[in-house]
Design a protein around this ligand. Structure first.
Ligand code: PMP
Length: 421
């Protein structure tokens, strides 16, 4: 199917979305308030979601394989969260100070993540990354952060180095190459005792989904510790890989871990945890030089309640179910791509994967190997009732059952046939 027919089919099924986007463009830059949601010719406007499905304003139904950028691990309007929120709402939800839902949420995270003696809450992964960096700088009394070129940790400027055309930030942020332990070791050796923290996402999920090579994460962690820098794990997305998060899966011992996305059960939440001596820097009762942590909605009652339920319902069995569903989808797509003559390279870890139209393994970073074909496939998937992330990134949710998996496989297989030469 030619690009024009894929795009024409898309436009024909999304007439109301197009009209709403034109209206949105008059009050929102480009009609959106988030870059990630944008793609050409225009994104659909969603009307509702239930379980693994989303509906747009034109009434089209999609199997959602993006789940709001991986922030809904149990799908849309998850029953136990919806019911608990409905019961809690009449009592209000944001008060100055601590409340029971927040204490229970903190206890749940501390019980689950090995290195967490204590946690602090924020409202997003971006804020959690900011706080993790602030704690690391406060604890080490050093200023430099080292991160991976192309690694995304939210929109805090010190963690945006190496993204959106930006290089290193003098005096603040250094860069090295993901999956190249020597490049990290070189920078660590050169700047040694000025580095407060090395910040890494264990599976890079920016642009190209990139699992870590065996030994890479461990080598970087050891190099950081040799110079007294903290190893900071961004587990906003990859907490999903094991009940204790990616540190458990990969045998890491980070000094600080920060979380976001699905930990709020679909509501805005972020968290930072570490051993007591680091976390107590933010103890408001201390009289010496700690760090100041603010945020009117930190750990609000609704996010805390939804978050605790979402975390507690993410059992090892459900993680295994998501991982197996991802494997089956991967096999189906690889088989179909071969049969229709489309070169497909799938990079995956657990329940996440990225689909690339290339004969060879893509490199880490934001440059897709065959961007035009990726864009066509993304639109063709939407035409066939499947929403992937822009750039063809995919993640499972615990609510994907046999029927939904079959629906997603059929839609994506048809999309592969639609883009075949
Ligand atoms: N870290 C990672 C690895 C992420 O993928 C994201 C969001 N895509 C963030 C941090 C920032 O989270 P938020 O969008 O909640 O600010």
């Amino acid at each position: 199917m030619a690009l024009n027919s894929i795009e024409e089919a898309y436009k024909a099924r999304t007439v109301k979305s197009a009209a709403l986007l034109r209206r949105a463009g008059r009050s929102l830059p480009g009609g959106l308030t988030r870059n990630y949601g944008f793609h050409r010719p225009y994104p659909v406007v969603h009307a509702r979601g239930k379980g693994p499905h989303l509906w747009d304003v034109d009434g089209n139904r999609y199997v959602d394989l993006n789940y709001n950028g991986l922030s809904l691990i149990h799908g849309h309007a998850y029953g136990p969260v919806t019911d608990a929120l409905a019961r809690a709402m009449p009592s209000g939800w944001a008060w100055l100070g601590t409340q029971e839902a927040q204490i229970e949420f903190a206890e749940s995270l501390c019980a689950r993540i090995e290195i967490f003696d204590k946690v602090l809450f924020t409202n997003s992964g971006t804020e959690a990354g900011m706080l993790a960096v602030k704690l690391a700088r406060g604890f080490t009394k050093r200023s430099l952060i080292l991160k991976a070129n192309g690694g995304y940790h939210g929109t805090y400027s010190d963690l945006e180095a190496g993204l959106h055309g930006q290089g290193e930030l003098p005096g603040r942020t250094l860069l090295a190459e993901f999956n190249d332990a020597e490049s990290f070791e070189r920078v660590i050796e050169q700047h040694g005792r000025s580095i407060a923290a090395v910040v890494l996402e264990p599976v890079m999920y920016t642009g190209v989904v990139m699992p870590a090579l065996p030994g890479f994460l461990d080598r970087v962690q050891r190099a950081a510790h040799r110079v007294g820098a903290l190893f900071v794990l961004d587990d906003c997305l990859m907490f999903r890989l094991a009940t204790g998060g990616s540190a458990e899966k990969f045998g890491l011992e980070p000094d600080i871990t920060f979380l976001g996305k699905f930990i709020g059960g679909g509501l805005p939440a972020g968290a930072v945890g570490a051993r007591q001596e680091i976390m107590d820097l933010a103890d408001p009762g201390r009289t010496d030089d700690g760090i100041y942590h603010g945020g009117s909605f930190n750990g609000n009652a609704l996010s805390s309640l939804a978050g605790r339920i979402a975390i507690e319902h993410l059992t090892a069995e459900r993680i295994d179910g998501m991982d197996k569903a991802a494997q089956r989808l991967k096999q189906t797509l690889e088989g179909k791509a071969k049969s229709v003559g489309v070169p497909l390279f799938v990079l995956d870890e657990g329940s996440v994967m990225g689909l690339y139209f290339s004969e060879t393994k893509p490199k880490p970073g934001s440059h897709l190997p065959n961007e035009a074909l990726s864009a066509r496939f993304h639109l063709a998937c939407l035409n066939n009732g499947v929403q992937t992330g822009p750039g063809c990134m995919i993640a499972m949710a615990t609510v994907i059952d046999e029927a939904t998996l079959a629906e997603a496989s059929a839609g994506m297989s048809q999309a592969l046939a639609d883009i075949a030469p």
